[in-house]
Write a new protein. Structure first.
Length: 190
């Protein structure tokens, strides 16, 4: 789930940036340091949106920089096991699909797409269910559930997020629309 959070941190402003607008420098430093990073207690930083308050600066002997206590707002993605997420397929392979959740990608293994056998159409980059002929490919929007979550704070790209679509109410946008239309035709409109 996405959250807008108010956070506090100490920001190092390097000496070569002292003549610039302090709020702009602090915002830039925070964006460079935090965006795309992971904190297991806070979540995955999507963006630092604004600086709310800059306190008095402190100097440390031997370092020409000034350290400021800063309060700021940030957008973060905090994932939890069993959470339903919405994303977009950004890559397909013979073993599954990679789904972008915004700041991070998750893996949707072929065994977690459907109960059916899945064929990989390498030429068209699509995963195809053998019986129903349902397909999933790059650009498809999906609704899936988080079933594995291993976030790596030091190397965010090494994080592992596993998804499933093998439950009711999950699938590509097209599949979900088809299911809705079938149910509506079967039971009549509400």
């Amino acid at each position: 789930m996405h959250f807008r959070m108010t956070l506090e941190d100490k920001v190092r402003v390097p000496p070569d940036r002292m003549g610039e607008d302090l709020t702009h420098v602090v915002l830039t430093v925070l964006q460079e340091q935090l965006e795309g990073s992971i904190d297991k207690d806070i979540g995955i930083f999507i963006s630092v949106t604004r600086v709310l308050n800059i306190g008095e600066g402190d100097m440390i002997p031997g370092d020409g920089a000034i350290f400021y206590d800063v309060r700021f707002e940030a957008m973060v993605l905090r994932l939890a096991l069993q959470e339903v997420v919405v994303g977009e397929v950004v890559e397909t392979t013979s073993f599954g699909a990679f789904v972008s959740l915004g700041p991070i990608d998750a893996m949707l293994h072929v065994s977690q797409i459907s109960d059916e056998f899945i064929n990989y159409d390498e030429k068209n980059g699509r995963l195809i269910c053998q019986e129903t002929k349902r397909q999933i490919g790059v650009g498809d929007g999906v609704r899936a559930r988080v079933v594995a979550l291993s976030l790596n704070e030091r190397e965010p790209r090494e994080s592992k997020i596993g998804l499933t679509m093998r439950q009711a109410g999950l699938g590509t946008e097209i599949w979900l629309k088809e299911e809705y239309e079938e149910e509506k035709a079967e039971h009549g409109s509400a």
